[in-house]
Ligand binder design. Structure first.
Ligand code: GDP
Length: 611
C-alpha cells in the first residue's frame, strides 16, 4: 500500500468526515513545535515512555526514547489517549504549493519509466549502461558530447526511457533509506557464463522489498557455450518465472559488449512500463528527487534532479532538502541547455547556494524568500536532530508499517558465516510461531554484515542479525547514520530467543483489570448541563483519572465504564489516594447515588504468548 500523501485539499476517495459535535470539553491539547521526542510526548500524555515505545512497536516501528516524532505522528499516537496535538511550530505546508488531489488526477498523462540496473559485480552493468547511452541517444542530437550527470534518457521509436546511471543497489537503497523512490523498473543483469550469484540475489530482494518489477537481462550471450535457460531455471527459485513458462517476468538475452539485443531490452522495458501505467501531471509546479550533486569550479553546486511531477522551468525557485536557489541553467546528459523539463526527465541544474544530498526532495516555491526560509528551517532542524543523535520518524513510516494491520510483520535480514548455519538459522526462525505476527526474511546470505544489509533494514525497519560474522566498517558507519543496530550472535538459541522476544512484544497485548482502589459515594450533586458529580471518599488504594470503574450498589455491579472527571476541590487531578475526598463524574452515567461504591481498576498488560 502506498503511504498516504499529505495534501491540503480534501483527499479524493475518502468519504467526507462525519459531522462531529465539536471537540469534547475533556479533550486535552499538547502544543508541539515541529518535532517532539518520544520521551517528551510520553511526559505530556502523562504516561511512561515505554507505553509510547510499545505503541510505536505495535505499529511495527522500533523507536527509542530520544527518537523525534513529527507533529502528525505525535497526533496519531496522542489521539489514542484522547489528546489533541496543536502544531505551534513552523509548517512547511505554508510554503509548498498545495495541489488539490482531484485537480491533479485530471491532469495526469503518461510519463517515461525510470530504470535502475542492478546485478552481481562484473556481470556487465556498466557496460550495458554505456552501450545503451551511446547507441540510443535521443533522435537528432547524436554526436553530442555525452557527460555523466547521474541519469540519462534514451529513446526507442520516439519513446523515452530514463536510466539511473549508477549501477548496483547501494544507490537504490540509499535513496530509499531517505524515503525517496525513483525507480519504476529494475533491470537485473545476470552474466550467462557466471549465473546467479550473491549480489544477484541481493538485488532481487532489494527490488522485491521496494515492490519494483524486474526485467532480467541475461548478458554475455556472445560467450561460447552459454545457455540462458540455465539462468531462467535458477531465477525461478526466486519467483522470477519467464512468461513462456507461465510466469510474468520478462527475460531478454543481450550482449552489452557486442551490442546484441539492446532494442529488445528497451522494448521489454516499455512493455513493462505499459503494465505499470506510469502517469504524472506535467501542468504544475515541479517536484523531484536529487540523484547526484557536486561542486563545479566557477559554477558552484550543481545537482542532477529527476523531475517526478510537474514541469521545472529555468528561473524557478527551488528547495532541495536544505539547499535552495533559483534555477540558472538546466542541462541534459548531452550537454544541451533546456528551458523546461517534464516528468521523468533528469536534468543537471545550477544556481544553488549549497550542495544537496542524494535522495533529497526538490520542490518549487513561489519566491526566493520562501525558498530561503524553508531551506534554512530545514538546515536548523537537521542540525538539531544531528546534535541529539536522533532520527526523525514520520507518519508515512507508521502508516506503511500499519498497512498490514491484521498481522504484525517483523522483517529480518540474516547473515551467517557458512551456508549450513544460514539455512539452519533461517529454518529455525521461520518455524517460530507467535500468534498475530509474521516473520519475513528480507534477505539471507553468507558473509559479513554489509552496508547494503543495513540499507535494507533501514528502509523496512526490523532486525539485522549476524551469526558468527562481523559488521564490516562501511556497514558500521551506515548503521550509525541510519539508527540501525546490527546484532551479532555466536549461539543459535540466542538468536531465536531474541526474535521470539521481539515478536511477542509486537502482538497486541492482552490486558487484565487489576483493582487499584475503592471509593465510597458520600453525596451526589446534580448540576445542570453537567450531570451528576459524586462527592467521594477514597477508602482503599487509590483512584486514578484513567481507571475503569465498576459501580456497586448492594453488592451488585450496576454499571461499568470510565471516569469522566476526577477533581480535588476545583482542580482536575490525576489521582487521589486513600483517606482523601474527591469529586467524580462518570462517563455517561448519572444514576449514581449516595452510598454507592466505586471499584477502580487499572489495566495491566499480560505478555503475548510465544509458541
Ligand atoms: P559491472 O561490474 O557489472 O559493472 O560489469 P562491467 O560492465 O564492468 O563488466 C565486467 C566485465 O565484463 C568487463 O570486462 C566487460 O568488458 C565484460 N562484459 C560486459 N558485458 C559483456 C558482454 O556482453 N560480453 C562479454 N563477452 N563481456 C562482457
Amino acid at each position: 500500500m502506498q503511504p498516504p500523501i499529505r495534501r491540503k485539499g480534501r483527499r479524493k476517495g475518502l468519504p467526507p468526515k462525519a459531522s462531529s459535535p465539536g471537540p469534547k470539553a475533556s479533550k486535552r491539547k499538547i502544543r508541539v513545535d515541529g518535532l517532539i521526542s518520544v520521551g517528551q510526548l510520553a511526559h505530556e500524555l502523562g504516561v511512561k515512555a515505554p507505553v509510547i515505545i510499545r505503541k510505536l512497536m505495535e505499529l511495527g516501528t522500533m523507536a527509542t526514547v530520544n527518537e523525534l516524532l513529527d507533529v502528525e505522528t505525535a497526533a496519531f499516537i496522542a489521539s489514542d489517549f484522547e489528546y489533541e496535538v496543536e502544531n505551534v511550530g513552523f509548517t512547511e505546508d505554508q510554503f509548498l504549493q498545495a495541489v488539490d488531489a482531484e485537480e491533479e488526477e485530471v491532469g495526469l498523462t503518461g510519463r517515461p519509466p525510470v530504470v535502475t540496473i542492478m546485478g552481481h559485480v562484473d556481470h556487465g552493468k556498466t557496460t550495458l549502461l554505456d552501450a545503451l547511452r551511446s547507441a540510443n541517444v535521443a533522435s537528432g542530437e547524436a554526436g553530442g558530447i555525452t557527460q555523466h550527470i547521474g541519469a540519462y534518457q534514451v529513446e526507442l521509436r520516439g519513446q523515452p526511457i530514463t536510466f539511473i546511471d549508477t549501477p548496483g543497489h547501494a544507490a537504490f537503497t540509499e535513496m530509499r533509506a531517505r524515503g525517496a523512490s525513483v525507480t519504476d523498473i529494475v533491470v537485473l543483469v545476470v552474466a550467462a557464463d557466471d549465473g546467479v550469484q550473491a549480489q544477484t540475489i541481493e538485488a532481487i530482494n532489494h527490488a522485491k522489498s521496494a515492490g519494483v518489477p524486474i526485467v532480467v537481462a541475461v548478458n554475455k550471450i556472445d560467450r561460447p557455450g552459454v545457455n540462458p535457460d540455465t539462468i531462467k531455471h535458477r531465477l525461478g527459485e526466486y519467483e522470477l518465472v519467464p512468461e513462456e513458462w507461465g510466469g510474468s517476468t520478462m527475460f531478454v538475452a543481450v550482449s552489452a559488449l557486442k551490442r546484441i539485443g539492446l532494442d529488445d531490452l528497451l522494448e521489454q522495458i516499455l512493455l513493462q512500463a505499459e503494465v505499470l501505467e506510469l502517469r504524472a501531471n506535467a501542468e504544475r509546479f515541479a517536484e523531484g528527487i536529487v540523484i547526484e550533486a557536486r561542486q563545479v569550479k566557477g559554477i558552484g553546486p550543481v545537482a542532477t534532479v529527476l523531475v517526478q511531477k510537474g514541469t521545472l522551468n529555468r528561473g524557478d525557485n527551488v528547495v532541495l532538502g536544505a539547499a535552495y536557489g533559483k534555477v540558472r541553467t538546466m542541462t541534459d546528459h548531452r550537454g544541451a541547455k533546456l528551458k523546461t523539463a517534464g516528468p521523468s526527465m533528469p536534468v543537471e541544474l545550477s544556481g544553488l547556494t549549497a550542495l544537496p544530498l542524494t535522495g533529497d526532495r526538490m520542490v518549487v516555491v513561489k519566491t526566493e524568500k520562501d525558498a530561503r526560509t524553508l531551506a534554512e528551517h530545514r538546515a536548523t532542524e537537521a542540525r538539531e536532530a544531528g546534535l541529539k543523535g536522533t532520527r526523525r520518524r514520520n507518519v508515512e513510516d507508521l502508516f506503511a508499517m500499519a498497512a498490514n494491520s491484521d498481522k504484525k510483520i517483523l522483517h529480518v535480514v540474516i547473515k551467517a558465516d557458512v551456508g549450513g548455519s544460514l539455512e539452519a538459522l533461517r529454518g529455525a526462525l521461520e518455524a517460530i510461531h507467535v500468534e498475530g505476527t509474521e516473520l519475513r526474511v528480507l534477505h539471507a546470505a553468507v558473509g559479513d554484515i554489509s552496508e547494503s544489509d543495513v540499507g535494507l533494514v533501514a528502509v523496512n525497519n526490523g532486525l539485522l542479525l549476524g551469526f558468527n560474522v562481523k559488521v564490516d566498517p562501511r556497514a558500521k558507519i551506515a548503521a550509525e547514520a541510519n539508527s540501525v543496530a546490527p546484532e551479532t550472535y555466536r549461539i543459535i538459541y540466542d538468536v531465536l530467543d531474541r526474535v521470539k522476544f521481539v515478536l511477542s512484544k509486537m502482538v497486541d497485548p492482552t490486558y487484565e483489570d487489576v483493582l487499584q482502589g475503592t471509593a465510597e459515594v458520600r453525596k451526589v450533586f446534580l448540576i445542570s448541563k453537567v450531570g451528576a458529580i459524586a462527592g467521594c471518599f477514597v477508602k482503599e488504594g487509590k483512584v486514578s483519572r484513567n481507571n475503569s470503574v465498576r459501580l456497586v450498589r448492594n453488592n451488585v455491579v450496576l454499571w461499568e465504564g470510565k471516569l469522566a472527571t476526577l477533581k480535588r476541590f476545583k482542580d482536575d487531578v490525576r489521582e487521589v489516594t486513600s483517606g482523601y475526598e474527591c469529586g467524580i463524574r462518570l462517563d455517561g452515567f448519572d444514576g449514581i447515588e449516595d452510598g454507592d461504591v466505586l471499584e477502580c481498576f487499572a489495566r495491566q498488560e499480560v505478555a503475548g504468548a510465544v509458541g
